[in-house]
Design a protein around this ligand. Structure first.
Ligand code: NAD
Length: 395
């Protein structure tokens, strides 16, 4: 099959197996170039196939030399349809990890369900015995509650009033004003049910009960804060409410794990990056394009893999994990630096369709977006036939 990108709005509906494999290879190469890490040898990553979860898994496997188990929801190839990017990413990661003698196993299914939790526990028992680190990195638009069966949908909306600001269509470069109506109470409740901390809590409780969390095990989930400009749509909106819930859960889980296994639970506040999830949020892609411009100029730019290396090396497995006044790990520290934020804010005031190319790193955004699906990879000939059917196997 000849595979070229099929893009609709902020979604790419296909993926390139070789391009995804190269992207994973790049992340592995980066980790191998860093000083080796001392830390967990058995790691479970929930949401392991793309974005921060994929980078968490790669950094664990090739930084710590850890055996890994990844849980995700991806689509295999069908007759005339490619697999999803996370499927190809995982196939490449598993092959590379196994080539180094590491255990790398995956479960493809709905992580919110009790069935997948039990399947994961059985696989941990079979292949790893226990785990020392659980990374929780799910991003999903929907969740069905495993106990009540209620189906929830998350929305990205402000709370309390309309929010209007600039936004960009990152594929065309068109800048426009977007106005988003406020969420209803029920939409807030549903978004918290999808993206809040309840499912993380269910995972940790089930893993504990099954005895598969090793003494001293840690767990980490990811959050975001961002700048004032995006507060109404992000931190003070529906998604922000779910992050408040996730962060509150971290304290409860920390108490639970400390009491039971001398373990700990953290939330890490990460940098804004181009992932399948963040591309879907209005206003954010324009902010990210301006942020990239400023951070690249200052030599501060990081992608998911650089962030995850720093999370493990300088935070989670540092002698004392540094946290902010509310107990959160901050690896958004460079994004939130005052000089970075004041420059981004000044650019935000000025940016429009005419000066976008000059003020924003739209090309960087677009490239990162295409790379998520294995497209735009230098030296890869997209006119060549490639086999879309790549199996995921048990070792
Ligand atoms: P992503 O879309 O790249 O990854 C989501 C992962 O969740 C994938 O592995 C996907 O397969 C998996 N998943 C989704 N639904 C699932 C289900 N029902 N069952 C099993 N797996 C499922 O997202 P991301 O941007 O890497 O986000 C991960 C976390 O990081 C989120 O909590 C997000 O809020 C947070 N975060 C993201 C950013 C950013 O800028 N992208 C910044 C800070 C924090």
């Amino acid at each position: 099959m000849i595979i070229q990108p099929k893009i609709r709005g902020f979604i790419c509906t296909n993926a390139h197996p070789e391009g995804c494999a190269r992207q994973v290879g790049e992340q592995i190469r980066y980790i191998k170039e860093q000083p080796k890490l001392n830390g967990p040898k058995r790691v479970l990553v929930i949401g392991a196939s793309t974005g921060f979860g994929l980078a968490s898994r790669i950094a664990a496997a090739f930084g710590f030399g850890a055996d890994t188990l990844g849980v995700f929801f991806e689509r295999p190839a069908e007759k005339d349809r490619t697999a999803s990017a996370g499927w190809y990413n995982t196939a490449a990661l598993e092959a590379a990890a196994r080539a180094e003698g590491l255990v790398a196993e995956s479960i493809n299914g709905n992580a919110f369900s009790d069935e997948i939790k039990q399947e994961t526990i059985a696989l941990i028992k079979e292949k790893l015995g226990q785990v020392d680190l659980v990374v929780y990195s799910l991003a999903s638009p929907r969740r069905t509650h495993p106990k009540t069966g209620e189906a929830f949908t998350s929305v990205i909306k402000p709370i309390g009033g309309d929010y209007e600001n600039k936004t960009v269509n990152f594929m065309t470069g068109a800048v426009s004003t977007v106005s988003v109506a406020p969420a209803t109470e029920d939409e807030i409740r549903q978004t918290i049910a999808v993206m809040g901390g309840e499912d993380w809590q269910f995972w940790i409780e089930d893993l504990l009960e099954a005895g598969v969390l090793a003494e001293g095990a840690k767990t980490v989930a990811y959050s975001y804060i961002g700048p004032q400009i995006t507060y109404p749509i992000y931190r003070e909106g529906t998604i922000g409410r779910s992050k408040d819930d996730l962060e509150a859960k971290a304290h409860q889980l920390n108490d639970l794990l400390r009491g039971k296994i001398s373990g700990s639970a953290f939330v890490s506040v990460n940098k804004a990056l181009v992932t399948q999830s963040s591309s879907a949020i209005p206003i954010v892609p324009l902010y990210i394009s301006l942020l990239f411009k400023v951070m690249k100029e200052k030599g501060l730019h990081e992608g998911t893999i650089e962030q995850m290396y720093r999370l493990y090396a300088d935070r989670l497995y540092a002698t004392d994990t540094p946290v902010d006044e509310t107990g959160r790990i901050r690896i958004d520290d460079w994004e939130m630096r005052e000089d970075v934020q004041s420059e981004v804010a000044a650019l935000w005031e000025k940016v429009d369709a005419d000066n976008l190319g000059e003020l924003a790193d739209l090309e960087g955004y677009r490239n990162d977006f295409l790379h998520l699906f294995g497209f735009g990879v230098p030296d890869l000939d997209y006119a060549v036939e490639v086999e879309p059917n790549v199996p995921l196997t048990r070792s």
